[in-house]
Design a protein around this ligand. Structure first.
Ligand code: ATP
Ligand code: MG
Length: 455
């Protein structure tokens, strides 16, 4: 095989030093896969026949981190770059369907490559021997196929997380999962109960962001329903409504596909999860989902906690609050008028970015409904966007912070500190947003004084 991989300077140096010291060494795993696919690897993992102690000796002049030593990994720092070097390994028995009971080191590369999950992840390279690819991973990459190394049933039973890793690669790369591997994924899906929520969530979030998420989530919906059981009732739920051309599940996936970025994709994935429990059908045979946004909000909050969503890469607690807010308001009508836009902006605590996200949610939602009236709906969203800009140019008052008077002003008027102050300020804010009062200090104070005299 004359495929050449351009390994950057620092990992190439580490490989060379190991080889010069008489060991085998090369890059392996995700980096080799990504390089062959033509993507830039995010890190370069090195594997070697040297034992951890031997690795430490070879790099004795370099700073080292030994946190992974038990698993055979030594991290070497070259030019401030951390490089992971792992001894060839054989995984022992898997009795918990997740982690090998023990790992044993080996001098045999083939044994190390055999323990890896998919053929595309079991390719070794160094510039002296070239590619070593005993399971034809390169061919599978060329044919865009994801295939387990060895017997898929056995491999997925050893570690059920591999099921989700495989689905993630398919979603990210737009590859097909080979038939026997796919069958084994479905047959062993229940073993995912042995995998921690954190790891499931990490994979789920990546699956959601893949370029082929739309097809893959649908193809593997039984597995998604296993990890998020609340989705099951969405699948095949006919909406009995001319506004909809898709069932709730298909609508959800198309909506996810119509957005960019994790916050919006998560918001779309969960925005209608409350629909199944809100479904009713009227005398004309039309389907309705009254109150579903609030129910979706509640169900999604529970799921996010259970799935430990903030442990996933790229999601903060703040992001989750925003996602839940988008779910809650996805169906609220915003009219293309200043007053209505200001009201919504106020509900979102004046957060303009969140307002824009809400418009993206509405756009994605509309695009996943019937094409009938779609142009009107999109036009309206565009109009709202224009009005939002106009409103912002006027420096609008949308939160208590923007109000021309504050609690101290009211205390000076003789109103005792306490709950009443908040009530009055909120009432004034509402009147200002509704354009019943201008946001001017003197005037607002006069209004409060009048109110006090009336009491
Ligand atoms: P990513 O792009 O997310 O880093 P990756 O395939 O590199 O994908 P890592 O977790 O970095 O994933 O693992 C590095 C390599 O270790 C993999 O390419 C694979 O060879 C092996 N590996 C990782 N997890 C497993 C697993 N659960 N079972 C078997 N082999 C695994
Ligand atoms: Mg990796």
């Amino acid at each position: 095989m004359n495929l050449k991989i351009n390994v950057p300077k620092n990992p190439a140096l580490a490989v060379k030093m190991l080889i010069n010291a008489g060991f085998e060494a090369g890059v392996v795993g995700g980096c080799t896969r990504d390089a062959i696919i033509g993507e830039i690897p995010h890190d370069w993992d090195i594997c070697t026949s040297a034992t951890p102690v031997e690795i430490q000796l070879v790099f004795k002049e370099f700073k080292q981190l030994t946190i992974g030593l038990k698993h055979g990994t030594v991290i070497i720092i070259i030019d401030n770059e951390q490089i992971e070097i792992t001894t060839y390994r054989i995984d022992g028995e898997y009795s918990d369907g997740r982690r090998p009971d023990e790992v044993a080191f080996t001098r045999n590369l083939l044994e190390d490559l055999s323990r890896r999950d998919y053929t595309q992840n079991a390719i070794f390279f160094n510039e002296f021997v070239g590619i070593i690819d005993p399971f034809n991973g390169v061919l599978d990459i060329e044919n865009k196929i994801i295939r387990c190394v060895g017997n898929p049933n056995k491999r997925l039973q050893e570690d059920a997380l591999r099921i989700l890793r495989g689905i993630r690669f398919a979603s990210k790369l737009g590859f097909e999962i080979e038939k026997a591997t796919k069958t084994a994924m479905f047959e062993n899906k229940e073993l995912l109960k042995n995998v921690s929520e954190e790891r499931i969530t990490e994979e789920f979030v990546k699956i959601l962001q893949g370029k082929d998420a739309l097809n893959i989530l649908d193809e593997f919906k039984e597995i998604i329903a296993f990890i998020i059981p609340e989705t099951k009732a969405m699948m095949g739920l006919n909406q009995h409504n001319p506004y909809h051309v898709y069932d709730v599940w298909e609508h959800t996936l198309v909506a996810v596909n119509n957005t960019d970025g994790l916050i919006l994709k998560l918001a779309m994935f969960f925005h209608d999860i409350g629909k199944p429990s809100c479904f009713s059908i009227d005398e004309q045979g039309l389907g309705h989902f009254y109150g579903h946004a609030d129910v979706s909000f509640k169900i999604a909050s529970e799921i996010f906690k259970r799935m430990k969503m903030t442990c996933a890469q790229g999601i903060s607690g703040n992001d989750l609050t925003h996602i839940l807010e988008l779910i809650k308001y996805h169906d609220v009508i915003i009219e293309p008028r200043k007053k209505s836009v200001k009201k919504m902006l106020s509900k979102l605590n004046g957060n303009v970015e969140q307002f824009q996200r809400l418009l993206s949610v509405k756009r994605a939602d509309a695009l996943a409904q019937s094409p009938d009236k779609l142009t009107d709906k999109l036009k309206q969203i565009e109009d709202i966007e224009v009005i939002l800009m106009e409103v912002l140019a006027e420096n609008p008052c949308t939160t208590l912070k923007d109000l021309a008077i504050n609690g101290n002003d009211l205390i000076e008027l003789g109103i005792p500190a306490g709950k009443k102050i908040g009530e009055i300020l909120n009432q004034l804010l509402e009147d200002v947003i509704n354009e019943n009062l201008p946001n001017e200090k003197e005037l607002l104070l006069t209004v409060v004084q009048k109110y006090m005299n009336y009491r």
